[in-house]
Design a binder for this molecule. Sequence first.
Ligand SMILES: [Mn+2]
Length: 308
Amino acid sequence: MKPALVTCYVDPDLDGVSGSFAYAEFLQKTGKSAVAGIFGKPHEEAKYILNRFDIPYPQEFPDAYEFDEVILVDSSDLKGLGNKVSPPKVIEIIDHRKINDTNAFPNARIQIELVGAAATLVAEKFIESNVAISKESAILLCGGIVSNTLNFKAGVTTDRDREAFEWLNNEAQLPESFWKELFLAKSDLSGDALSERIQGDFAWFEMGRKKVGIAQIEMIGAKELVTERELEILQILNTIKEERDLDSIFQSTLELEDEKNFFVTDDDEMKKLLEKVLGIEFAYNIAIREGLIMRKQIVPLLKAELEV
Ligand SMILES: [Mn+2]
């Protein structure tokens, strides 16, 4: 029998890569033929952990057309898949996004739970079925959890994420400094790396009658980035806005060490909206918010304002 493809959105982050890799292992160990695969290029963080622990890269596929069955992990949004997967072929979805397109997948068994990481949901499969996990999968899932919960500091973090991490780390045995290494690995945005990062982790959303683009960067050194390269950021954002025919766009930069968000936009309407829903204040094109807030938390707030 042909294996099922376990995958996520194009250019996957660490949560998506780790969840796909480990869930394929779980399926194989419980008697289902499955292979992990990715579309596009994994995020820096995912590359870092694969290289650092000498874990083989999941196979890269141009699309899912050669497969009869597809399983999505950390992914339930049609746009993110970029037409690489035919929705009726999707037989299962494991994700943690409040805003999703699960209605578009008529044949999928759907698990959406609002924990901090899809990696947590995959770890729980092993725990609940008492299936031993490989060290590689344990390391990757730990990375997915640390990354998506911003080392357990993000508001999306739950006890389930902490418990899953603890269970996984028995096998992974990661050093104390792991989170910082992981975050530093994605913090070098010198030169063209900035524009590549913005493009690589960009997402846009329909909100009422508007198309809103949100660039998100998670790093150590956010303050320096937005103050020193504000104009460059605005230029990149406005190019994307034009190319994708968006109504508004902004960037949210998360400072992982000092726990703040820096918002950048030169769109006055967007500034007012963000000031209202986030309780922040722009000084020219930059606003700071204490604590960490992620795009997946901001989107429902904006939607609630724009879809009245
Ligand atoms: Mn995720």
